[in-house]
Design a binder for this molecule. Structure first.
Ligand SMILES: [Fe+2]
Length: 175
């Protein structure tokens, strides 16, 4: 496994604008930063910068089908039945909304190795949005808010909203 990139640099993104949303952990260090590129008929296309592994207590699912295209870095994806796959740059991953998974970033000298992905998430009706959640050993699948009430946030995670380029506050579920 050699974390390499299929894009020469992402510095242009850094210089472009602040992320639309950043989820941080207790010490304010970033977990996921999201730049929304397009929203078309409810489909969201975004750039994701992932700086930490997902909550390793349980796998989660999403509000809609989703596709990840790994651009730089990469991660281990933990799927059902103990299957773990390396997703390196160039990987294209198709998931149903109900696909349970969690991402684990590689460590180097005790530091997470940042990963960049293009994220495409399928549409959902706001009034009939599919709830996303976590699969627990003790209680089976739990809606995200119930899971977080019962188990607490993954170590002190904290959502930070940021104004988007249009001035609106963008809020989407974390995945
Ligand atoms: Fe996810």
């Amino acid at each position: 496994m050699q974390p390499v990139s299929i894009v020469p640099t992402v510095s242009v993104v850094d210089a472009m604008r602040a992320a639309d949303e950043t989820i941080t952990v207790g010490d304010k260090s970033p977990y996921i930063s999201r730049w929304v590129i397009r929203r078309v008929s409810g489909v969201q296309v975004a750039l994701h910068k992932t700086d930490r592994s997902d909550d390793d207590r349980a796998r989660h699912d999403h509000v809609g089908w989703n596709i990840s295209i790994v651009l730089r870095g990469g991660y281990w994806e933990h799927l059902s039945d103990g299957v773990v796959k390396w997703r390196g740059p160039g990987s294209i991953i198709f998931r149903r909304a109900t696909t349970l998974h969690r991402l684990e970033l590689p460590l180097k000298n005790g530091e997470y190795q940042t990963s960049w992905s293009l994220w495409i998430r399928g549409p959902f009706r706001k009034s009939k949005r599919r709830e996303w959640g976590f699969m627990t050993k003790e209680h089976g699948w739990l809606r995200s808010d119930i899971y977080l009430d019962m188990y607490g946030p993954a170590p002190n995670s904290k959502r930070k909203k940021q104004a988007s380029r249009s001035g609106k506050v963008v809020f989407q579920p974390p995945m």
